[in-house]
Design a protein around this ligand. Sequence first.
Ligand code: ZN
Length: 259
Amino acid sequence: MTKKWSIASAACALLTILTLAGCYVPVNFPELVDVPQSARVVLPARYRIIGRSVQRRPITCLVFGTGPDVTFIMATIHGNEPAGTPLVRRMATYLRQHPEILDGRRVVLLRTSNPDGMVYNSRYNAHGVDLNRNFEAANRLNTKQSGPRALSEPEARVIRQIILEYKPNRIVSIHQPLACIDYDGPGQPLANRMGQYCSLPVKKLGARPGSLGSYAGVTLGIPIITFEMLRADSQLDAEALWRKYGKSLLAAIVYPNAV
Ligand SMILES: [Zn+2]
C-alpha cells in the first residue's frame, strides 16, 4: 500500500468511527455542490446521523447556526407524503447561500423522518406503525397502527431526541395532502404568519391521538405547525416547491420578524 493510500484509508476509517459514534461530521451533500466554497466557509453546517430506522436506514439531520432561537423543520414522517423532502433539501441550499438569516438563530432540518416508509411509498414505518401516532401524549391510543406503546418506534424516538436536545422554539412538520396550515399548542400566531406567505389556508384540524402535534404542542407547549401541502405537489421539483412554499418556511425561521 502506498503512503498516499494509507493516509486516505486512515482518514476514511476515522470518519467511519466518528459517524458510527454519532459524532458530528462536516456535511458534503452532492446536492449542494453548486454552493460557492465561500458560503461553506462562512456557514459550516453540521450533518449528523442521529439514529436509524427499523430497517437500519440512517436518519440524518442538518444543523445550521448556533444562536439561541431554534426552529426545527422536518419532512416525510408519513412516507407516502414525500414532497417535503426536496423542499427541505432546497431550504438547506438557501441557508448555505444566505448565512445572514442565521444571526442569533439555529435551524435544524430533518429531511426524511420515515426513510423506510418513503422507500415503500407507505404512510407507516416498516413495523406498520403510523409514527405520527406514536408519541407520548395524554390522548394517545394503544392501537395496532399507533404502536404497542408510546415511542416504541426508533423513528419517533429520533424526533423526540432532536426536540429534547435542541429545544426548538417552534416546529414545522411538512405533510400532504390536506392543503392547509394546521397548528397545535400555542401555534396559531405562527400559523397565521406562515399563511401570509403561501396559498394554504390556516385551519385547525384537531389534535390527533399520540401525534407529534399533541406531544410537542400540547404536552411540551412548543408552537408546532403541521404544514399540509397538496397531493399534486409530489409532481413538482425542488425549485418549484421552493417558489411555492419557501417564503412561508422562512417566515417560521425568522418569526416573529417579517421575511
Ligand atoms: Zn401526513
